[in-house]
Design a protein around this ligand. Structure first.
Ligand code: 5AD
Ligand code: SF4
Length: 455
C-alpha cells in the first residue's frame, strides 16, 4: 500500500437512480482495495469519475454539461483524468471518447472490477474502455465503501439488470440481463451494517419481485442440495437480521408483486410499510404499448391487495405523460387512476424517446412537447394535492421515527422518516442521537414534511 502522500486520489459523483449511488460505493471499494484514496474534494483528485444515467435525454444532458464544466478544473490541475461510468458509458461506448475529448476512461456497469487495470493505461496517457456486459456479475463479494456518511441508512443491491423490456426504457440495454445476488452475501452485508451501527437497509433492484436464487426461470433447482429463495423469502431473511434494522426495498413491479411479499411485510414490524409501485399510465392500451405486462384492472387489483393486507401502507408511483400516440382520453385515464389510488408520493416525467428501445423502433414520438408538458403539469398539480392530503392525514398520530440527521433548516431539530417513508422534523433532545428510534407525535405538516414533538 502506498504512503498517504503518494496515494493517488479519486473523486466520484453519481447521477440518476439509487442503484447508481450504490454502484459508486462498489467502485470506491474496488479502488481503495487497490490503494487509491477517496476524496470529497474534486480539486485534490487525480481521477474524477462520473457515474452516469441515460434514462431520459435530460439526464444525459446534465452529464454533458458537467463534462463541459470539468474542462476548467482539468486545465486547473494538469493531468487529472476523467472517467465516465454507468449507463451513459454503456450506451455510448467509445464514441464518448471521440465526442468528449476530455474523457479518458469509459466503463460500463458490469466492468467495474477492471477499473484498476484500465487506470494503468490511462496513467500512461492512453484512453481505456470496457463496456462488456455480464450474465453473472453481481459484485456479491464486494463490501461497498459507504459514501452517504449518515452511518444509519444504506443501500444493498440484491440484483442487477432487467429483462422486462418496457418499450420506453433504455435500462435493459445499459444494464444488461437480470441476475440475482447470493442471498447469504446479502444477509451478511446487512448483519455487518447493523454491527457498524446502521439501522436501515434499502434492498435495490430494477424489479425486486423477480429476485430468484438457485432456480431457473422454469422452476428447476440449480443446486438440488440447496433451497430456492424468492423475494418474499429474502425479505424474511433480512428482516430477521435484527428487529432494530429497518428494511425497505425498491422497485416493485405490478405484474410480479405477489401477495406472499405483502404477507411477509405484514409479519415483520421492521419491514417498512411503503411500496413504490410504478404504474406509468392509467390506460390499458398505453400500458400494452409500453409492454408493461399488466392492465389498469390488474394494477388496481394489486393496489387493493396492498390496502387489504397492509392497511396504512404508503404507496408511491412513477408516471409518464405523452407516450407515443397517447390520446386525451388515455391521458384522462391516468388522471382518474391517480384519483382512485391517491398516491402518497409520485415521480412524474414526460416521455423522452431513447435510442434503440422498442418504442423508438415501433412507434412515432408524436405528442408535441407542449402537450407532453401540459399533461405532466396536470399530473403534478393533482399529485401535490394528494401528497398534501396524505401528510394532513398523519397529523395527530404518533409514529416511530428513525433519527437520520439534523434538519436542513436548523441544528436544533432532528429529521427522520416514519415507516411510511414520510419525512418528520422535530426538536432535538440531548439524550437522543442519530440512529436512535423515537416516538414522535405529528402536530403539523407542510406539503413535503411532517412536523412534530417527541411523544
Ligand atoms: N421517458 C420518460 N420517463 C422514463 N422512465 C423510464 N424511461 C423513460 C423515458 N424514456 C421513467 C419511468 C421509470 C422511471 C425510473 O423513469 O417512469 O419508472
Ligand atoms: Fe426499465 Fe421496465 Fe426494467 Fe423498470 S422494469 S428498468 S422501467 S425495463
Amino acid at each position: 500500500m502506498l504512503k498517504e502522500k503518494e496515494r493517488k486520489k479519486f473523486f466520484i459523483e453519481s447521477y440518476g437512480c439509487q442503484m447508481n449511488f450504490s454502484d459508486s460505493e462498489i467502485v470506491a471499494s474496488i479502488m481503495t482495495k487497490e490503494g487509491y484514496g477517496v476524496t470529497k474534494n474534486e480539486n485534490e483528485a487525480d481521477f474524477i469519475f462520473l457515474n452516469t444515467c441515460s434514462i431520459r435525454e435530460k439526464a444525459e444532458q446534465t452529464v454533458r454539461n458537467r463534462l463541459t464544466n470539468l474542462k476548467h478544473s482539468k486545465t486547473k490541475k494538469k493531468g487529472v483524468k476523467v472517467g465516465v461510468l454507468g449507463c451513459m458509458a454503456e450506451r455510448l461506448k467509445s464514441t464518448l471518447l471521440e465526442q468528449e475529448k476530455l474523457v479518458d476512461l469509459v466503463v460500463g456497469p458490469d466492468a467495474y472490477r477492471d477499473i484498476p487495470n484500465l487506470l494503468e493505461d490511462v496513467s500512461q496517457g492512453r484512453k481505456a474502455v470496457n463496456v462488456l456486459l455480464s450474465r453473472e456479475e453481481t459484485y456479491a463479494d464486494i463490501s461497498p465503501v459507504r459514501m452517504n456518511q449518515d452511518g444509519v441508512t444504506a443501500f444493498v443491491s440484491i440484483m442487477r439488470g432487467c429483462d422486462n423490456m418496457c418499450s420506453f426504457c433504455v435500462v435493459p440495454f445499459t444494464r444488461g440481463r437480470e441476475r440475482s445476488r447470493d442471498p447469504q452475501t446479502i444477509v451478511s452485508e446487512c448483519q455487518d451494517l447493523f454491527k457498524k451501527g446502521y439501522r436501515e437497509v434499502t434492498l435495490l433492484g430494477q424489479n425486486v419481485d423477480s429476485y430468484r436464487w438457485n432456480v431457473t426461470s422454469k422452476g428447476v433447482l440449480k443446486n438440488p442440495e440447496q433451497p430456492a429463495v424468492n423475494f418474499a423469502q429474502l425479505l424474511d431473511m433480512v428482516a430477521k437480521v435484527d428487529q432494530k434494522l429497518r428494511v425497505r426495498f425498491s422497485t416493485s413491479h405490478p405484474k410480479d408483486m405477489s401477495d406472499e411479499v405483502l404477507h411477509t411485510m405484514a409479519a415483520h414490524q421492521n419491514i417498512c410499510k411503503y411500496i413504490h409501485l410504478p404504474v406509468q399510465s392509467g390506460n390499458s392500451n398505453v400500458l400494452k404499448k409500453m409492454n408493461r405486462g399488466y392492465s389498469r384492472e390488474w394494477y388496481l387489483n394489486r393496489i387493493n391487495a396492498i390496502r387489504t393486507i397492509l392497511p396504512g401502507c404508503a404507496i408511491s408511483t412513477d408516471i409518464i405523460t405523452g407516450f407515443c400516440g397517447e390520446t386525451p382520453l388515455e391521458h384522462a385515464d391516468t388522471i382518474s387512476l391517480m384519483q382512485e389510488v391517491k398516491y402518497d408520493f409520485a415521480y412524474m416525467f414526460y416521455y423522452s424517446e431513447r435510442p434503440k428501445t422498442l418504442a423508438e423502433r415501433k412507434f412515432e414520438d408524436d405528442i408535441p412537447l407542449e402537450i407532453k408538458k401540459k399533461r405532466l403539469q396536470e399530473v403534478i398539480d393533482l399529485q401535490m394535492q394528494h401528497s398534501y392530503t396524505s401528510n394532513q392525514k398523519m397529523v395527530g398520530h404518533t409514529f416511530e421515527v428513525l433519527i437520520e440527521g439534523f434538519s436542513k433548516r436548523s441544528d436544533d431539530f432532528f429529521f427522520g422518516r416514519n415507516s411510511q417513508n414520510a419525512v418528520v422534523v422535530f426538536p432535538k433532545q440531548a439524550s437522543l442521537k442519530i440512529g436512535d428510534y423515537v416516538k414522535v407525535k405529528v402536530d403539523d405538516c407542510t406539503k413535503a414534511t411532517l412536523i412534530g414533538k417527541i411523544a
